[in-house]
Ligand binder design. Structure first.
Ligand SMILES: Cc1cc2nc3c(=O)[nH]c(=O)nc-3n(C[C@H](O)[C@H](O)[C@H](O)COP(=O)(O)O)c2cc1C
Length: 166
């Protein structure tokens, strides 16, 4: 087999290349929702979701400290992670736009602690906020899964900055 490794680089001097290398990790896409300060409904697109533990049932995602809903998620006692289906690119783009009122034209119900639950998704994990860890310019949020729904739909994927499907 031939050696196909590229040259080693430092993430500090090559931020763009570092980003590209991170983008080689294909992920699913989620929308995380919660009730924020003053009872406002917040939601944002996140592909940092991952499973952590089966027993206890723990999952994680990370939030950019610069997000306008950062303080809302930090004080939220609960959040819901919706794993998006292949036909939900528009929903992902909607929740990736910065802004306060993302629920105006959306159909949703109320989950634990009043957390908004979207009407369509591949899987949904309703969590209580278990821990928050410093993660540099992000904070890592660990949730304890209280209940989940698995619709087992084809997933929406994200790879090298673009959406994809299986
Ligand atoms: C596919 C995709 C994945 C994203 N993943 C994350 C993520 O894991 N964490 C994060 O903080 N922002 C992530 N973002 C960016 C946020 O969705 C975006 O900054 C959003 O506008 C934040 O909302 P806010 O500014 O209203 O708080 C992602 C965006 C896209 C399109």
């Amino acid at each position: 087999m031939t050696d196909s490794n590229a040259m080693a680089e430092s993430p500090t001097n090559n931020t763009g290349n570092f980003r590209n290398a991170l983008g080689s990790f294909a992920t699913g896409v989620t929308v995380v929702t919660a009730i924020g300060r003053n009872g406002v409904k917040v939601g944002m697109t996140a592909n940092s979701f991952n499973s952590v533990s089966l027993d206890p049932a723990l999952v994680l995602w990370s939030i950019d400290r610069k997000s306008s809903c950062f303080d809302d998620f930090m004080q939220a006692k609960a959040f819901a992670i919706h794993v998006l289906a292949a036909d939900q690119q528009a929903v992902s783009n909607h929740f990736a736009r910065s802004g306060s009122e993302k629920f105006a034209d959306l159909h949703y119900t109320s989950g634990i602690d009043g957390v908004p639950i979207l009407s369509h998704y591949s899987a949904c994990f309703q969590c209580s906020t278990e821990s928050q860890y410093d993660g540099g310019d992000h904070v890592i949020l660990v949730g304890k899964v209280i209940e989940f729904v698995n619709n087992e739909l084809e997933p929406l994927l994200f790879y090298h900055g673009k959406y994809a499907t299986l």
